[in-house]
Design a protein around this ligand. Structure first.
Ligand SMILES: C[S@@+](CC[C@H](N)C(=O)[O-])C[C@H]1O[C@@H](n2cnc3c(N)ncnc32)[C@H](O)[C@@H]1O
Length: 341
């Protein structure tokens, strides 16, 4: 299958988080500088055209994608035409071609599967070890015939706090941590900083996509805890030190991405400052250490929105996006993405 040519890629996002999932998809594509054309966007579904390599990276990096597949068609005829093309391409490269079709038990879908099998008279059908697995999926009135690409969701859930050796109460879950990492538009080999790293949730996710990670936390116990998590989950040392996010020990213009979850002034510890002063000092420092055109994604309690928005302008950041995400009844998190112009 040609890697560089454009394919139609169908993405099912987590339905009730669709607008945020879309932000995440766009941020990852931006970090890859990928050429993409969006064909259809609706709740729970995104259809875009891009090359296979981009689609694979997208499926493995995103936290809010449930399923990614290369679309063969929405009707049997479209899918059959595409399969014939793939068979010819495989033959030109002397590759053996075979496929299997997985269906659920909706009768209309089963009909589609048997029609496709009939057309190929089972000659390319191999249920045990197919070169290409094909799935037929249904969303409301639409059917989609797809070649599935591996999605990272299962992989992300394996790193949830319950599977970590050290997970104090303010620990962030792996899905949101990965979302924050992706919204920073960071890339493989970038220098990624979390200046309020706590037990290291965000740093773990940034490391898992190949960033070089640095962490600060004012509480020594959490610094040791982050180190413990890195060693047991990634079998690697964490670059985390005891430090103050309002006086970062880094040179100007030295960091490629910042993703962080500062204290909210509730259970998580705030040392030496009131909350507004702490956010001001941390954002000023972030502006100083971030390289130009690079992004920061950070959380804050929703009540701080007006204060933060005037602070952002005062410091000189440009805003990319800002949205609220409910944590529980008493707390809504404001997630803000900014860049240094
Ligand atoms: C909400 S928690 C971060 C949780 C973290 N994302 C995790 O999953 O474990 C905020 C952290 O900020 C740290 N902190 C508070 N004031 C700080 C400061 N001035 N500089 C650096 N860290 C600070 C706290 O010790 C706490 O670990």
């Amino acid at each position: 299958m040609p890697i560089n040519s454009n394919h139609r890629i169908l993405i099912f996002t987590i339905k009730n988080k669709h607008p945020i999932a879309l932000e995440e998809i766009k941020a990852i594509l931006e970090s890859l500088r990928a050429q993409v054309k969006f064909d259809r966007i609706e709740r729970g579904l995104v259809l875009l055209k891009t090359d296979l390599k981009t689609a694979l990276i997208l499926s493995q990096r995103a936290s809010l994608i449930k399923y990614v597949g290369l679309l063969l068609g929405s009707t049997c005829d479209e899918a059959i035409e595409k399969l014939v093309k793939l068979i010819k391409e495989a033959a030109n490269e002397s590759l053996p071609f075979s496929f299997s079709i997985l269906t659920s038990d909706f009768s209309k879908i089963d009909e589609m599967a048997s029609k496709i099998r009939r057309v190929f008279r089972n000659s390319y059908v191999n249920l045990d070890n197919p070169l290409i697995p094909i799935e037929i999926m249904k969303l409301e009135e639409n059917s989609f015939i797809l070649i599935p690409l591996r999605s990272s969701r299962l992989d992300i859930t394996r790193y949830q706090p319950q599977y970590r050796p050290y997970a104090p109460s303010a620990t962030m879950d792996a899905e949101i941590s990965r979302l924050i990492v992706n919204l920073t538009r960071c890339n493989y080999a970038d220098i990624f900083l979390d200046p309020f790293c706590g037990s290291g949730s965000i740093l773990l996710e940034a490391s898992r996509i190949g960033c070089y990670t640095l962490g600060l936390d004012i509480n020594p116990r959490l610094v040791y805890g982050a180190q413990f998590n890195f060693q047991s989950l990634l079998h690697d040392d964490a670059n985390v030190v005891i430090g103050d996010a309002s006086r970062m020990p880094f040179q100007d213009d030295s960091i490629d991405a910042i993703g962080t979850d500062p204290p909210y002034g509730r259970s998580a510890l705030v040392i030496g400052k009131n909350l507004k002063d702490l956010y001001r000092a941390f954002l000023q420092e972030s502006y100083r250490v971030l390289r130009r055109r690079k992004h920061i994604c950070f959380c804050a309690p929703l009540e701080m929105r007006d204060y933060l928005n005037s602070l952002i302008r005062e410091i000189g950041f440009e805003k990319r996006t800002q949205f609220a995400m409910k944590v529980h009844k008493g707390l809504t998190r404001l997630i803000t993405v900014l860049f240094v112009p």
